[in-house]
Design a protein around this ligand. Structure first.
Ligand code: FES
Length: 364
């Protein structure tokens, strides 16, 4: 098998500027923190994850807004859980075997529970519907993590921009900014007021004073405009943004003309294919040949053939979609696979591709 080394891929998290501090924080959160997780003050150690993850139980389920539920997850024996920091997420394995990523949106200093929130998306990949329809108090789930691909660096001045359910990773950051006494401002946008989760918690943050929280539903204020949102940034502020694709694209487009110092953001949908060229997949076991158009990913094509194809983040970092290439040249675009993994033929099909007109054979 030959391999093609592509130029450095675009930043998967959409960071507008190279940011060594953020890379350091992500590595610190992913590698160092779990290694030094200590016993709590009662001498209990967090439960050790099994090879397949950590089994947790749904201890509470709340309706947070139209089509949004939150789940409070605890260890079955009430043991403390591994520590996490604002921006972290869990990989949640659902009873069907689907794996989906959900940001932790509870209190980072609560050692005994994780909270996630999920909006039901009827036309999505089925994960959110499964959460809504099958997970009840007492249900068991398996999780991996917490891991952090969206770490908060606690800059002195911060603008938080959250679209709809994108408030989930942002909420712990806002609490941290308030706790540290930073100069922060939060804008939460969404279709309607009734669609926006955690209104009471945001009201409590707003009650801290300083006009720091703005709620801007689309049906009252219009669709969010990147330049106007960035206009709320305190001078030299870092911007943390999580929301739907059009909002992120608008903020990214306006960032260079703003006075903000850095932009960090997290998508919860697949990033659009950039610089795509058509190529083909061949599935070794069936011999099927599947064309991959320029504007679609290999994962999209595999999902169209088999909706059970595993995936989670669709952005190249979780590894759930990894397949093995038996023949062909890979244009690796994930930035996460090691040289050895690439040499072993691994490919993350949600983002990686092949040169125009060529064919990759997958061990499927
Ligand atoms: S789905 Fe997460 S790396 Fe591809």
């Amino acid at each position: 098998m030959s391999r093609h080394r592509a130029p450095a891929p675009p930043d998967l998290y959409g960071r507008g500027r190279s940011d060594r501090l953020m890379r350091f924080l992500a590595a610190f959160s992913d590698v160092y923190l779990p290694a030094v997780t200590r016993a709590d003050r009662y001498g209990q150690r967090p439960p050790l994850p099994t090879a397949t993850g950590l089994e947790l139980v749904v201890a509470a389920r709340e309706t947070e807004a139209d089509d949004v539920v939150s789940l409070r997850l605890t260890a079955p024996d009430g043991a403390p859980l591994p520590r996490w920091q604002a921006g972290a997420h869990l990989d949640l394995r659902l009873p069907s075997g689907r794996v989906r990523q959900y940001s932790l949106c509870g209190a980072a200093d609560d050692r005994y529970a994780y909270r996630i929130a999920v909006r039901r998306i009827a036309g999505g990949g089925g994960g959110s519907v499964e959460v809504h329809d099958t997970l009840r108090v007492g249900s068991r789930v398996t999780v991996k993590g917490p891991r952090n691909a969206f770490p908060f660096a606690a800059e002195p001045a911060v603008l938080f921009l959250a679209g709809g359910i994108g408030i989930t990773p942002v909420l712990p950051m806002v609490r941290e900014a308030a706790r540290l006494g930073l100069d922060w401002h939060l804008v939460h946008t969404g279709r309607t007021r009734a669609s926006l989760p955690f209104a009471a918690e945001l009201d409590a943050l707003a009650a801290l004073g300083g006009d720091r929280v703005e709620i801007l539903p689309d049906d009252e204020y219009g669709a969010p405009d990147g330049a106007k949102l960035l206009g709320r940034a305190p001078a030299g502020a870092a911007v943390y943004c999580c929301g739907p694709g059009p909002m992120l694209d608008s903020v990214r487009g306006a960032f260079d003309g703003s006075g903000a110092s850095a932009l960090h953001f997290e998508r919860f949908t697949a990033a659009p294919v950039r610089d795509g060229r058509p190529f083909e997949l061949r599935l070794r076991r069936s011999g099927a040949v599947l064309p991959v158009p320029a504007d679609r990913s290999a994962l999209d094509v595999l999902l169209a053939r088999d909706p059970a194809t595993p995936y989670s983040c669709r952005q190249g970092f979780c590894g759930v979609c990894t397949q093995r290439v038996t023949t062909g040249t890979v244009d690796h675009r994930d930035g996460r696979l090691t040289e050895q993994e690439r040499a072993d033929g691994r490919i993350r099909v949600c983002v990686s591709r092949a040169p125009e007109g060529s064919r990759l054979e997958l061990d499927l």
